[in-house]
Design a protein around this ligand. Structure first.
Ligand SMILES: *Cc1c(COP(=O)(O)O)cnc(C)c1O
Length: 377
């Protein structure tokens, strides 16, 4: 299979690029003793888990289906944490997870008896400090519901807890800023941590970013785990799959209304939702910063503001031309939806051998089934 014969839109995951990230993860583990569990909410395309499994220790999940998927398709350690579990959720999840982490002391109190003897018991704490570019993604934002705040902790809960989880970073590329958060946690919660077996420091640490000082991060994690006598975990999502995947689209029309707009056979609202939610323009591989021809890369959905980006090109774009929207793996394939009844992108993996494998494709029946299966008669 040759990629130019594939029908757009499609995602193409590059095994070599994935392995490059995973090798960094491996080095971080070796240097620090940290364990790494993949955050499935960022990336759950289990067709490539065979590539990832040898490098990581397991998965971390939220909803019961995610937990089941991690247990079934990845194995290793399965962590489960949710902002709110129903009793049914807890019963289902406790049988298949290794660690169950509650978001509040009330959830812990209500459900702990269903977990004891089955899984290691954890509680999420909110450190009150964070590193996040946007308020929407800031776990320490005002009135945050994520984790127990320091002034609300009942110290007695630690007597019967195995571990705690802090998640306070989003795409943090600054190792010193992360170390600052670690120090704040040590100072604020240190006496509680000393009695625990494990501490998870959550996700959002961007240790695969070019130039990131992995050695410095590893040294700080090692000091922290030795100081408090705990096994440390990180829960990377984006760091594992960053810069590994293109969303490949075709230009289907070009219109001009004071600006040239190339309309492509995909939409951010349906296929790359975070472009819209976080208002962060995508990057196009074919673009060139100083190109003379400027286009809005517009989507084919009906939403007025739905566009991938504005980009410059050396040559004018033409109808039928393909564009590669880079870095399209994290928080995309897990959020695909059928808005406007658009064609759903297929999912492929380009293996190191050069072979392109089909992981998934969708058709009209898949769309129809999500809407109703049993008409009223
Ligand atoms: C979102 C999330 C992660 C993964 O975050 P990334 O930024 O993708 O690394 C890990 N842990 C928790 C609790 C999360 O909510």
């Amino acid at each position: 299979m040759n990629s130019s014969s594939l029908k757009t839109p499609y995602f193409l995951i590059d095994e070599d690029k994935l392995i490059r990230n995973l090798e960094i993860a491996k080095r971080l583990k070796e240097l620090s003793g940290v364990k790494l569990v993949l955050a499935l909410k960022c990336f759950s395309t289990w067709g490539v888990f065979d590539i990832i499994k040898p490098y990581l220790d397991g998965t971390t999940s939220s909803g019961p289906y995610e937990v089941k998927l991690g247990h079934e398709t990845f194995g290793g350690e399965t962590h489960a944490y949710s902002v709110g579990y129903s009793e049914d959720d807890v019963r289902e999840v406790a049988d298949i997870c290794d660690k169950l982490i509650f978001n509040s002391q009330s959830q812990l109190k209500a459900h702990r008896h269903l977990v004891e003897g089955k899984a290691s018991l954890g509680l999420r704490l909110n450190p009150g400090v964070s590193y996040a570019g946007q308020d929407l993604a800031d776990p320490a934002r005002q009135f945050s519901r994520l984790g127990v705040h320091a002034d609300k902790i009942d110290p007695e809960v630690f007597a019967s807890l195995d571990g705690v989880m802090f998640h306070m970073n989003c795409e943090n590329k600054d190792v010193d800023a992360f170390i600052g958060l670690l120090d704040a946690i040590s100072a604020k919660f240190g006496t509680y941590l000393d009695s625990l077996e494990w501490v998870s420091l959550g996700g959002g640490v961007f240790f695969t970013w070019p130039g990131y000082d992995v050695e410095k991060l590893a040294a700080a994690l090692k000091v922290f785990s030795e100081r408090h006598g705990v096994q440390l975990y990180l829960e990377p999502g984006e760091a594992i799959i960053t810069q590994t995947t293109d969303l490949v689209v075709t230009v289907v029309d070009i219109v001009e209304n004071d600006m040239q707009t190339a309309i492509v056979d995909s939409a951010t609202e349906a296929h790359r939702l975070d472009t819209l939610i976080y208002n962060e323009p995508a990057s196009i591989e074919e673009a060139s910063e100083n190109g003379e021809h400027t286009y809005v890369i517009g989507s084919c959905s009906c939403l007025a503001g739905d566009q991938f980006c504005v980009a410059n090109f050396d040559e004018p774009l033409s109808i039928g031309q393909r564009l590669h929207i880079s870095d399209s793996a994290g928080y995309t394939m897990v959020k695909l939806n059928w808005f406007n009844g658009l064609r759903m992108p297929s999912i492929y993996c380009q293996r190191s051998s050069g072979e392109i494998q089909l992981l998934n494709e969708f058709d009209y029946q898949d769309f129809k089934r999500t809407l109703s299966q049993w008409p009223v008669r």
